[in-house]
Write a protein that binds this ligand. Sequence first.
Ligand code: AMP
Ligand code: GLY
Length: 422
Amino acid sequence: MRVLVIGSGAREHAIAWKFSQSRRIAGLFALPGNAGTQEIAVNIGGISTDDFDGILDACRKNRINTVFVGPETPLAKGIADFLENAGIPVIGPKKRAAMLESSKAYAKDFLHRHGIPTALSVEFDDPEEFKGYIEENDGKEVFVIKKSGLAGGKGVLVTDSRREAIDFGLNILSDDRLIVEEYLEGFEVSIFVLSDGKHQSILPPCSDFKKAHDGDKGPNTGGMGSICPVPWVDTKLRKNITDRIVKPVFRALEEEGITYTGILYFGLMITEDGPKVLEFNVRLGDPETQVLLPLIENDIGNLSDAIINGNLDTITVKVKDSSALGVVVAADGYPGSYRKGIEVESLPRCPRTGGEEVLVFHSSTVRDESGRILTGGGRCFTVVGLGRDTITAAATAYQAVEEVKFQGAWYRRDIGKKFFVD
Ligand code: AMP
Ligand code: GLY
């Protein structure tokens, strides 16, 4: 197999790392990749992830026969349709199926239409009607406002301020539709499902820590840490998620004539009434991938082939009997404005002298001519610790994360903690 991974985040570094361990690999490429993928793959520079002609050209030049798409934007723009028309198999859904993420209005209609558990919601495209609804809605204490289209994680506001809700919503309505949703209480879980169009395989549950500060305080981020599996998700809850959410969603897709290939991400809120869908993503999550993939024993080359060839039913996904915990190291100022190009002074030594298992995944880093690693984004690294349980994995990750040094580097100190101290 000659594989191209599209994207530059720590998620894509983890995907490339998993492919680098495959016995099937005869060529591994990343576009654009980062300083981490550069160690294990060939980075292809100078082509944007939106430039489908450029990507096809690079695929042909490098005899690439499998493309794994990390981020949602190229999928929403139809990269899977485009490359597959040109005869190159893609891990990722076609444009129509990608609407489950690219249009929250579509996703909500789909869920309501098929009676799949989700928050009650109303859709608006008229500013006056929206404003009237919020002003008159005296019963609500918390407002959840969502932009329908892609917003890179900045399209949702949860607030108890009517004023803030109106300002956020009116801003969205200048060029998109919005959804006002019932506020759900509970804990969040991310479920990833592999699909070859006919068969599905559910991966172990993950949890992502979205708030910037300890104790789940502060602004929303792309995710400041993650764990896998989630100790609170027991066998009974897993069955509930499978029977009430995952199976009905794939049945509904089939009924609507939508063939879903790739990975479907279910963002769930586990409420007192059971699991409910908060959102779909049509790709792997970041930072969930960094803790999920190290626990999968299967060769990712075999899993990818099965997704492409429609025989996922012949493969049993094997999961290690251990836990992984990831801590994201961010740049000063993130999730607000931050500087790029900061020199990274040190990274954790791997392998560890004590034998602990640590993995370091880069996000958007670059290596300059003199060999220095420079930061390139707001979330710069994910340091993952593996261990027999979440507590051990946390101790390992937190010991290693201290060795990440660059000016202004910071991270949350309580990733995973609520699952073992609550
Ligand atoms: P989404 O992109 O739809 O997953 O929303 C981003 C985040 O906002 C979620 O991960 C939740 O933390 C929060 N959120 C979204 N919808 C709701 C809801 N209906 N009730 C409570 N929190 C929500
Ligand atoms: N961790 C959230 C996401 O990937 O969308």
